[in-house]
Design a protein around this ligand. Sequence first.
Ligand code: PRX
Length: 664
Amino acid sequence: MTGQSNDESIEVMLAAAETFPPPPGFAEGSRFSDPAIYEKASGDPEGWWAGWAGELEWFEPWKEVLDWSDPPHARWFEGGRINASVNCLDRHVAAGRGDRIAYLWEAEDADDGSGDGRRGVTYGELLEETCRFANGLRGLGIGRGDVVGIYMPMVPETVVAMLACARIGAVHNVVFGGFSPESVRDRMDVSGARALVTADATLRRGSPVPMKAALDQVLDGLGGLEHVIVLDRCGTDPPMAEGRDLRWADVIAGQPEKCEPERMESEDPLFILYTSGSTASPKGIVHTTGGYLTHVSATHRMVFDLRDDDVYWCAADIGWVTGHSYIVYGPLLNGATSVMYEGAPDYPTRDRWWEIAARYGATILYTAPTAIRTFMKWGDDLPAAHDLSKLRLLGSVGEPINPEAWLWYRHHIGGDRCPIVDTWWQTETGGIMISPLPAITATKPGSATLPLPGIEAKILDGEGHEIEGQGLGGNLVITKPWPGMARTLYREPERFIETYWSRFGQETYAVGDAAFRDGDGYFWIVGRLDDVINVSGHRLSTMEVEAAVDSHPSVAEAAVIGVPDEQTGQAIVAFVTPRDGTSDGVEPEAMTAEIREHVAERIGKLARPARVYYSEDLPKTRSGKIMRRLLRDIATGHDLGDTTTLRDPSVVESLAAQVEAADS
Ligand code: PRX
């Protein structure tokens, strides 16, 4: 990424950069229109964050804003006691806002005639449901510090389950519904989960896809898992194991609508979220309470310029960090009204999102570049057929957005009047780090612009020196602690330090992304520097996929790489040597289908290789090391240069021929 091959694309991006100042009038009524907040925050970052923390409700005030005496172990708001669910719910109800809608939920089958597919869930109702479920969990003996898995569809009960955990001090471990049951099992196993909350099924394009019954095939043998709680979403009536499985309705039956919240320490864990790293085993990112809540409430309010009458729609899934921070905690902390849609964007028709945006009068839409590119492909006429005039702000997250998609989003969705906030952050950062403030920052398509007030980012060369020149790529780092930062990796404290805090010293957070700055100091994020790939905004590890492909009984050896893809950002390509040692007998189509299915079972459909190529050996050096760089060049059709140093150069020719045949 930092090498010469990148310089050309950087120049192209910089040359094309057009600047869009905040639209006229946008700053009126904005709380964040004064650029002086950047200096205010950088002059006294602790005071800045303490100001935001002070807007939350604490049982006991903190004694110290930040303890950074033992980096990389930050302690924010030490001594303070707080409960996340109280701040998300009770606080608003107590202020007389219990009737305010928290979620405008739309089922995928909202128009099935049953009449219950559109629900407005108020803060008051959410509090009652949370308390009842929290009491139910307590009744099962779940409490402070226990890990509770959540594997659920996009329904308000998922939020209830998360907040109920927070209320009683249990640590939620949400697994995205698109991951396979085996992935859920692994994540329950490594986190020692005592309970798992799931649903009978999730609706996908009109049909129920079983969740509970699929889990049954893999959960046996998880000794620590005492309870599986099953929400009835689709009425599919899955088998229930006596003594272990409970229906959601039975867990809450007869439970009081009040539940005494735990007075958590600021640094007590709030949740674990597993994410892919550069090895085959996912990392359990641990976020704690006071600092995380401070960071997500502040950034949600600033970046989205949140106003009282906004109808905010973050179209991510709750199972990813974007959902945790900007569907659940950020919006609820700020008393926002959010849209939540359960299903697929093309069901029953490809304009479902625009119908929803128009129906609820969404004013803010936050989504991923891959979705935007898909909508571009589906055609301008779909959004044009709906009234999107209420939209006033658009957001992008999850991967670099190409300028073409940015400009399309601005014109066809935002009607050329909405600022776009391209927000850079990660599971590890907890909340947004680099992003425009829409009433202040002039935006450029493809740039996440500047670190938010209170955040300090730099670009370092390989030796750790700051790169100040324009357009020179390097390692993105964060140089000051921030309240939402991950505190550790669950049960792997050493790996936390090694992965993020050793490359440039223990006070510098090594992000793992390559980036560069332009003449205005704007940050442009190029992509990952490690083996993490980003497919349609889903973060995956090539090593994890490789291990899954390798475990197929007919595979002797596999190498997996990410390649650029116009639609999905990156795509997964696998190179496989079949077990009989020759590729002659392989029926590529049948074997590819099998491998894809196998990966879907091991990880989830999202990790299936887009293409698989076969050869009798993989390109290796004479010492037997797989040459991944060469595989990348093969897969992208680049000039392969001198391959004579390889153990068996003919392998390369055969693979290159397959790639060429597939592309033509
Ligand atoms: O490479 C960056 C990319 O997504 C990675 C983080 O993925 P994850 O932890 O799954 O979180 C995604 C949602 C916050 C980053 O290391 N990324 C995220 N946002 C952007 C981005 N790349 C460029 N621009 C962004 N706005």
